[in-house]
Design a binder for this molecule. Structure first.
Ligand code: AHM
Ligand code: MG
Length: 334
């Protein structure tokens, strides 16, 4: 049996690959892994603990009901970032505004992190996979000053690292720093993330589509056409139509498609005219990973990573997955 490579060892070995190799980004990634282990522990015990499951009683800035675990995960990650010294501020899906950390120690941090602490909230109470998604940028503002809105509003192209943690049948951390994508599985016996999926590549094509098809009649005609007359048809040369798989946790649907090949679609609808998913916390980080793995991420019309954000909680229509499948889906949009 070959020797196990832990995430920590891997990060240290790759440090020289980082655009500004001074060790801070390595420490930040290690901090993310520690917070992820803590959240993973909470997720694994969720059904047993009354103070973990269920609704918090608040709605977030987007009008969605917050679950207790959303808030717990948000706090775990924020506390870790605040204590680490590499991060001067954060923006999270669960908070109305971005946070500039107060202390002089944090103000010296070079990075900002934007994240969705627990994606797939509607799956928390029913023991279905959920995840954390994060995006790391170098700050634009001067080191030593408080983080600014401008630090948060950078286009996806400027990300220096991005990743997700999937609390699934096992807990996995998948990340990129722009030099390919690597996946690590949490070994609960030793409490370490270990390299299990080196240099992940998304198949160029696939046979799985993921969409909330309840929305089929409230999105533009091209989508209905694509789903009904393409994905659900046995096309010449094929033995059967595509398989529909929709977990309803973006991280989990994306992870499956990354490994098996597939497409995930959340278009704009008449009820969500801008789409549902958030550019800064969900779409940008996954788009960076998709492209690094050879896949594609667009709004159906333009590349996600090229969008200049206009608002912190901005939503966009989202098409992500195997390159050929995303291109095919886009060809149905006028
Ligand atoms: P959340 O961040 O509040 O959990 O919302 C994002 C989630 C995605 O994980 C998932 O793919 C989608 O929303 C599901 O939405 P719907 O229930 O409308 O299909
Ligand atoms: Mg989410």
């Amino acid at each position: 049996m070959s020797r196990v490579v832990t995430l920590h060892e891997f990060i240290m070995d790759r440090q020289a690959d980082f655009p500004y190799a001074s060790g801070e980004l390595s420490r930040l990634l290690s901090d993310i892994a520690i917070a992820a282990k803590m959240v993973s522990m909470d997720v694994r015990r969720a059904g047993l603990m009354e103070n973990i499951l269920g609704a918090e009683g608040n709605t977030n800035v987007q009008g969605e009901e917050q679950q207790k675990l959303d808030v717990i995960a948000d706090k775990q990650f924020i506390n870790m970032f605040r204590a680490g010294g590499e991060v001067c501020g954060i923006a999270s899906e669960e908070n109305d505004d971005f946070m500039a950390f107060e202390s002089e120690f944090s103000r010296k941090g070079k990075y900002v992190v934007l994240f969705d602490p627990l994606d797939g909230s509607s799956n928390i109470d029913v023991n279905v996979s959920i995840g954390t998604i994060f995006s790391v940028f170098r700050r634009k503002s001067e080191i030593g000053s408080p983080a600014t809105l401008e630090d948060m509003m950078q286009s996806g192209e400027e990300q220096i690292a991005a990743g997700y943690v999937l609390y699934g049948s096992s807990t996995m951390l998948v990340y990129t720093t722009g030099k390919g994508v690597n996946g690590f599985t949490l070994d609960p016996m030793i409490g370490e993330f270990c390299l299990s999926h080196p240099d992940m590549k998304m198949p160029e094509n696939g046979r799985i589509y993921a969409m909330n098809e309840g929305n089929i009649n409230i999105c533009e005609g091209g989508i209905k056409e694509y789903i009904e007359n393409y994905c659900q048809k046995t096309l010449p040369g094929a033995e059967r139509p595509y398989s529909g798989r929709y977990i309803g946790s973006l991280v989990a649907d994306f992870h499956r498609n990354l490994i098996k090949g597939g497409i995930y679609i959340y278009p704009d609808t008449t009820t969500d005219p801008e789409g549902k998913l958030r550019l800064l916390y969900e779409c940008n980080p996954l788009a960076f990973i998709a492209e690094q793995a050879g896949g594609l991420a667009t709004t159906g019309r333009e590349r996600v990573l090229s969008i200049q954000p206009e608002r912190l909680h901005q939503r966009i229509p989202f098409f992500i997955g195997s390159k050929q499948m995303v291109e095919e889906a886009m060809s149905f949009l006028k």
